[in-house]
Write a protein that binds this ligand. Structure first.
Ligand code: ADP
Ligand code: MG
Ligand code: MG
Length: 898
């Protein structure tokens, strides 16, 4: 089989569609080569080899070596150099990882491979540039020593051992420990190299390998090995990348950005990945190899500065920028190196962008006719849409706040939190419920945990393509980077700007849209989209963010089949959701209404009642509240349907549990506290989730169902009299037996009939059920005899199907994810194989009895894009989710249909 795919000189074995086999980097290097962009020749060792490697005790297929040799031969021909050549310019190679999806900084790359004591001299002679040749060698030993030979920081060490050697050498040879690497002369670099080799020998007991072929084999093995390193595993878990995918390895001829001031390396985006604006965006460093740009060691210059330093290269890059966008039809994130005035392309991929940028770029590319609107709908990751709704700083408050520094705006939005200088402490604090900002000089992949936990990320060094910026954009975190005024002292755990100082745990605020850093906690305001949609603010409606959002939602409307409703318990929530495009309420939890104000007292009185009469008296007090709530919701709904769930939770949830609360209630109700205590004890349940709740309440105490029915129907009649249309859908929870529903439906109909007769007005309503216990799903044909609709209560259905309590699963879900038993949290994303099957059964059986039965889902899953897509496939009529997830669900529903 073919394990090696070559590219170079305007040709390639592979192309951009072969990402599964070649990885993203390899596939696009091939593609760029095909379309005539300047790409140094190379080859990809396929992901199949990675799979083979792990399936066969870290061994390679036997055909591989010959294919690699052939690949190197092709590169030699293309470059006119020879691998390991000690007499002329030697072919040096980069060995680069490349998974299907880019995993920034997660795996390892080795540059300048092929150097040894002989070839370095050959390189020196061929280029007549000693400093350059020895700089390459120095870099190579350092990278190879770290990545392949494992010469790394030990747990008791604070700094990387190679960096320590460099620092000492700087102090000793240059008299300045903070000097730049470029300050070393060739001779001094030779001294550093000698010390490096000694270090390798000390740490590994072996000499640094001199044979280029041995080096190559070691490097390829290390890249495959890095697929299973901790960082990569954590990353894959976060982004749900399966371990089976494997990584490819790319071996590519080196081009050199470190030959002098005529050379350099850079990273650029065809548009601004933070805001989406159509500007050439990126940065570069002269006299540097690529790693220098992203490592955040030196802060690079913005690409625009090339206009001064090397205008011809800027022109060439501008040309490439256009070619890339018109070919790939998407915003590209690319890496380049300039070798003595000539630009080479080293990588391109679809650029990661913030939610705000994603929306803007999608809309603008449609206007530019680069893509059509259907493509645009698919261009915005549904999950990221929420970022467009995220709060911004209140303009007045921000003006009044004390700005202490400004950095590069790298992840838009507003974030405040207590500052932490270390990822572990940040994560710990966040786990305790604190709002946290992670503050670092620069971030590295080790900080990932802290970045995930933080509201926002602030760095003192590094540019817009630094690790912090990259990861923040991807995770949708607010980020300001390279705020150079900040002095971070990790040991003292302080941050200072001039004389002012902040300690770990103090509050700072960062604005990832402007780059401003503020002292203290600055209050936030709703985003422009929210101000425009919900508050009708004219100025906000003129903003690009608002217009693009509305445009995207309009496109969604054109294709969507699955409708989106909202879970709402108040008129305000309902209004918000409708402004976001919800077409009704999929779930009103009536019990939430009982917690407001002193309603809870009447509720408690009802629960404490010892007989029907007393219970009815208490319910009569609750009736006006419920009626008012329902009326408010009907009004806010403007004729859209509302699914109203009748009382569901175990009664004891409402009872006072502390002595103090019990005394207070006894006083209010004028009964002995002992009565309350005994009733609380009576209602105690060992497993309330499976206890006296749901329809069981209404069946045992039909007066509850009657009161709630009365409230719904009276509110509907009241609305009708005011000219407001209503579509109440009464939903009985936790049905497991057809008979349960029959009993409840009879109660509802009798009471509704009575109310309409009293009021001499008729209103339409329907009665249905939640499918949320497996028995209900399995006997859906029975249930559908009386149910006019089903709504899948996937929260409970997941709990009861998996036999896992949502509130108690925290302790084992992480290990379960690690062991790949449950790749995703089943309470966040529907367990399609298990719970999904029950849904399917219920749908089939329900439809068999009642062909047109209306089907929806009201669990939290309704706002999860994957679950929404699954519901589309099942053919449900609607999903329902919290108001702020409505746009996310609408986009996901459109994406499922487009
Ligand atoms: P990552 O996936 O972490 O971005 P890369 O494989 O892209 O790793 O390599 C990191 C850096 O090394 C690149 O940014 C690039 O500048 C430099 N590099 C990679 N290949 C070459 C090459 N053939 N010649 C010169 N520099 C290279
Ligand atoms: Mg790269
Ligand atoms: Mg439920």
């Amino acid at each position: 089989p073919k394990y090696v795919y070559s590219w170079g000189d305007g040709k390639a074995d592979g192309n951009s569609t072969m990402k599964n086999l070649l990885g993203g980097k390899g596939a696009n290097l091939a593609e760029m080569s095909r379309i005539g962009l300047p790409v140094p020749a190379g080859f990809t060792v396929t992901t199949e080899v990675c799979t083979y490697f792990y399936d066969n005790g870290r061994k390679y297929p036997k055909e591989l070596q010959a294919q690699i040799e052939e690949g190197i031969a092709k590169m030699e021909k293309s470059m006119g150099t020879k691998f390991g050549d000690a007499s002329g310019f030697p072919l040096l190679v980069a060995v680069r990882s490349g998974a299907r999806d880019s995993m920034p900084g997660m795996m390892d790359t080795i540059l300048n491979l092929g150097l040894n004591d002989e070839t370095v001299v050959a390189l020196e002679k061929a280029t007549n540039n000693p400093r350059f040749a020895w700089d390459c060698y120095r870099r190579f030993i350092q990278m190879y020593g770290d990545v392949v030979l494992g010469v790394q920081k030990r747990p008791n060490e604070d700094h990387e051992p190679f960096e320590m050697v460099i620092e000492h050498a700087k102090a000793e040879l240059l008299g300045d420990a903070d000097a730049e690497d470029t300050a070393f002369s060739a001779e001094q670099l030779q001294e550093v190299i000698a010390r490096f080799k000694k270090l390798v020998k000390e740490r590994t007991g072996k000499d640094f390998p001199t044979s280029p072929w041995e080096q190559l084999q070691g490097a390829i093995g290390a890249v495959f090995g890095s697929w299973m390193n901790d960082r990569a595993i954590v990353y894959r878990r976060k982004y749900n990348i399966p371990a089976e995918w494997g990584t490819a390895v790319n071996v590519q001829a080196m081009v050199f950005g470190n030959t002098g001031e005529e050379s350099g390396s850079g990273v650029a985006f065809t548009r601004d990945p933070a805001t989406g604006e159509k500007v050439f965006y990126g940065e570069f460093l002269m006299n540097a190899q690529g790693e220098d740009v992203v490592a955040g060691v030196r802060t690079p210059d913005p690409v625009a500065l090339l206009a001064k330093k090397q205008p011809s290269s800027l022109k060439e890059l501008e040309r490439i920028r256009k070619v890339l966008e018109s070919h790939f039809k998407d915003m590209q994130d690319f890496e380049f190196t300039i070798q003595e005035g000539k630009v080479y392309m080293l990588q391109t991929r679809n650029g990661k962008r913030t939610g705000v940028a994603a929306v803007r770029i999608a809309c603008e590319m449609v206007k530019e006719k680069l893509i059509d609107w259907k493509t645009a709908v698919n261009r915005v990751p549904a999950d990221q849409l929420e970022q467009v709704l995220a709060p911004i700083f209140d303009a007045k408050a921000a003006k009044a706040a004390k700005q202490i520094a400004v950095g590069l705006p790298a992840g838009p939005g507003a974030a405040s939190g207590k500052i932490y200088f270390n990822a572990d402490r940040a994560a710990e604090a966040a786990a305790k419920g604190q709002k946290v900002l992670l503050v670092r000089v620069e971030t590295s992949p080790e900080d990932l945990r802290g970045m995930i936990a933080a509201e926002g990320i602030l760095t003192a060094r590094g540019g817009v393509s630094s690790h912090a910026a990259l990861v923040a954009r991807q995770m949708g975190k607010v980020c300001v980077c390279g705020a150079a005024a900040l002095q971070v002292d990790y040991d003292a755990r302080t941050l200072s700007v001039g004389k002012a100082q902040w300690k770990e745990g103090d509050f700072l605020s960062i604005d990832g849209t402007s780059g401003a850093v503020f002292s203290g906690e600055v209050p936030t305001a709703p985003s422009e989209v929210i101000q425009g949609l919900i508050k009708g603010n004219k100025k906000a409606q003129k903003s690009g963010t608002y217009k693009n959002f509305v445009q995207l939602m309009d496109w969604c409307k054109k294709v969507t089949k699955l409708q989106v409703r909202t879970n709402a318990d108040t008129p305000e929530q309902t209004e918000q959701a409708i402004a976001f495009g919800a077409v009704g309420i999929g779930l009103t939890r009536t019990e939430h209404m009982f917690f407001e104000g002193d309603r809870i007292d009447a509720m408690r009185e009802m629960i404490l009642a010892r007989n029907t009469e007393a219970r009815e008296a208490a319910l009569a007090k609750l009736l006006p509240f419920q009626r008012k709530d329902f009326f408010g919701i009907f009004k806010a709904l403007k004729g859209f349907p509302a699914t109203i769930r009748f009382l569901d939770p175990p009664l004891h949830e409402f009872l006072p549990h502390t002595k103090e609360q019990q005394l207070d209630l006894a006083h209010k109700l004028n009964i002995p506290v002992e009565d309350i205590m005994s009733r609380v004890a009576e209602l105690h349940e060992f497993n309330p989730m499976l206890g006296f709740r749901g329809c069981r309440l209404g069946i045992c105490y039909p007066e509850i169902t009657r009161m709630q029915t009365r409230a719904v129907i009276e509110a509907a009649i009241q609305a009708k009299k005011k000219g407001i249309k209503t579509k109440p859908e009464i939903m009985i929870p936790l049905i497991g037996f057809g008979k349960e529903l029959e009993i409840q439906v009879a109660t509802v109909h009798a009471e509704a009939k009575a109310v309409m007769k009293e009021q001499k007005t008729k209103v339409a309503y329907s009665v249905g059920t939640m499918i949320e216990v497996p028995r209900g799903a399995l006997t859906a044909d029975e249930v559908a005899k009386t149910a006019e609709f089903f709504s899948f209560g996937t929260n409970d259905l997941t709990q009861t199907t998996l036999g896992m309590s949502r509130d108690d699963s925290g302790s084992f879900l992480a290990p379960y994810a690690e062991a790949e038993i449950l790749p995703r949290n089943p309470f966040a994303s529907i367990d399609q194989n298990g719970v999904g099957q029950l849904m399917q059964v219920a749908i089939e059986k329900g439809r068999a009895t009642r062909p047109g039965i209306k089907l929806g889902i009201c669990g939290e899953h309704g706002g999860d894009p994957d679950s929404v897509k699954f519901c589309h496939k099942l053919g449900l009529a609607y999903v329902s989710c919290s108001p702020y997830r409505v746009p996310v669900a609408r986009l996901a529903a459109a994406q499922a249909a487009v």
